[in-house]
Design a protein around this ligand. Structure first.
Ligand code: AMP
Ligand code: MG
Length: 514
């Protein structure tokens, strides 16, 4: 197992001069060199063959003892230069100062045979100068969630950081899952995350907040040269184009989240990737019954800042914070606000309308049809994922029979007369638009099934896989990864994984410590 590393981040940017691995403020530096913590009994749970392939690793490599040692943090390969990076961020709307890689350690930037750059990062590999009051470790339950969801998102076509491997460390970690005084020991785990870059909005924010403009410029120049080489030589003009591209990618990301019903849960600016990837899988959740105001994050349940329907607005707010951060590098006459409006708001609006029309198999977006659907979906508990797949099954060319939809409901509210009247009206309008567009039923069905997944990582499914894994049985994790590899395919033999949340399992809520 060999990698070719080209560690540009640490070769270009200034290093923390203090070599002590103690929690502190790190000034005038973008990272600190730090060793992963050794673990007593590494045990591999699963790896992703697709991510392995990106890194030119085959099954033999991934099943080797060396792989287990390296990706649990016990051994370094030649060329690895472990380090934790410094960033800040706004948490729940408030400036939180320095945060940084508190439980993530970058091993290096691997260049694969296709000359692609993939940063390898261990999450849960021990303390760094950015760990604040915490231990730098991760528990099995949150690591299973990170591993499975990264891969599920990728297969859904949603930009995301990836996960190469999931290892048990053999160590117990003390955690208070709901911050309610009921702490207990949980199995420790390490995920190896993989992405072209892990740079976040917060990397720029911390330098701007400290008025370190020289370093801010250095980081932005490095980012453009390494992660956005197509933009050309860094200059004020390139900074503006760069910001436009970050806006564009973020808009596209959020459209995907809204399409598949993903709620990130902690859209703090330190959890926003500058390349528009989904990053930091914490207390995220998947919409079960469609509810614009749903958030899975218990830490956010009072204000619901990061609820499903608010994600597009929060992304805008976060981009505005990034704009503020790079403002010192832009001449005052040039407007970041215009770029934000053009490349975020307009891109989002256009893309969102196209996406929503696509979910219905329509070529043209009809605002009233869409708004009425949103009302309908919320007027009785309706599983979003199942609804769209069942809608695709219906025959919309003749007399409308809505029996297929029955399966999407969580309660009997759909039997209500007024609900049925609204549903029938909506279905007739939908049918007449389809008729106008003259698309065939087969065409409509295949378009819809290509954008509306049958399989998503339902909260209760992840929980089941975690419970069995905590008892030493990893088969559910493997089965879930398998089914989630082809989320748009029928896979009838696995329909069990497409079932709605069972009775008695409430809407899953998780805390930030997840
Ligand atoms: P998050 O809510 O996961 O985005 O984390 C916010 C900040 O807290 C980041 O700087 C993390 O690195 C840090 N953090 C979260 N959990 C831990 C932990 N167990 N040990 C050290 N730092 C952590
Ligand atoms: Mg984070």
């Amino acid at each position: 197992m060999e990698f070719h590393f080209d560690n540009t981040f640490i070769n270009t940017l200034p290093e923390d001069e203090n070599q002590d691995n103690t929690c502190r403020q790190v000034f005038n530096a973008c990272y600190s060199m730090v060793q992963p913590q050794k673990v007593p009994r590494p045990q591999q749970i699963i790896y992703s063959p697709e991510v392995a392939q990106l890194l030119d690793l085959d099954d033999k490599h991934c099943k080797s003892l060396l792989f287990e040692q390296v990706f649990s943090g016990n051994q370094l390969l030649p060329g690895m230069q472990p380090h934790a990076t410094c960033y800040g961020g706004h948490q729940f709307g408030q400036w939180a100062g320095q945060l940084g890689d508190g439980r993530a350690i970058n091993l290096g930037e691997a260049i694969n045979s296709k000359k692609e750059r993939w940063v390898l990062q261990l999450k849960g590999a021990g303390k760094t100068p950015y760990s604040r009051n915490s231990d730098g470790l991760a528990v099995l339950r949150s690591s299973v969630r990170e591993f499975l969801c990264s891969e599920a998102m990728h297969h859904l076509g949603v930009p995301t950081t990836r996960a190469l491997s999931l290892m048990l460390t053999g160590e117990s970690v003390w955690r208070d899952m709901f911050y309610d005084g009921n702490a207990k020991y949980e199995p420790g785990a390490v995920v190896c995350r993989v992405a072209p870059t892990f740079t976040r909005f917060g990397h720029f924010q911390i330098l701007a907040a400290r008025n370190n403009i020289t370093l801010l410029k250095q980081l932005l120049d490095h980012t453009i040269q390494t992660d956005f080489p197509h933009l050309g030589k860094p200059s004020v003009e390139t900074y503006l184009t760069w910001f436009g591209e970050v806006c564009q990618r973020t808009a596209e990301l959020i459209i995907h989240w809204q399409r598949v019903g993903f709620v990130h849960g902690v859209m703090n600016t330190d959890n926003m990737s500058i390349t528009g990837l989904t990053i930091d899988y914490g207390p995220y959740g998947w919409l079960e019954n469609f509810n614009l105001r749903w958030t899975p994050n218990t830490t956010d349940s009072d204000h619901q800042r990061y609820h499903f329907g608010n994600q597009p607005r929060v992304a805008f707010w976060n981009l505005a914070q990034l704009a503020n951060a790079i403002y010192p590098l832009i001449e005052p006459s040039q407007s970041l606000q215009d770029i934000l409006d053009q490349h975020y708001t307009k891109t989002f609006q256009r893309g969102y309308e196209k996406m929503m029309a696509g979910k219905l198999g329509l070529k043209r977006f009809d605002e009233k049809l869409m708004n009425d659907l949103v009302v309908l979906l919320q007027s009785t508990e309706t599983d979003m994922t199942i609804f769209y797949r069942q809608l695709a099954k219906m025959d919309m060319s003749g007399e409308i029979d809505s029996t297929h939809l029955t399966y999407a409901y969580y309660d009997n509210g759909y039997l209500d007369e007024s609900y049925q009247r609204h549903l029938q009206t909506w279905l007739s309008r939908y049918a007449s638009q389809l008729k106008q567009e003259q698309s065939s039923e087969t065409e409509r069905r295949s378009c819809m099934n290509a954008v509306n997944p049958k399989y998503v990582l339902r909260n209760y499914l992840a929980q089941q896989a975690i419970s069995t894994a905590e008892n030493g049985d990893f088969t559910e994790i493997h089965s879930l990864l398998d089914v989630l590899r082809r989320p748009y395919d029928e896979q009838p033999e696995l329909s069990y994984y497409a079932e709605k949340r069972p009775d008695g399992v409430g809407c899953s809520m998780l805390s930030c410590s997840s």
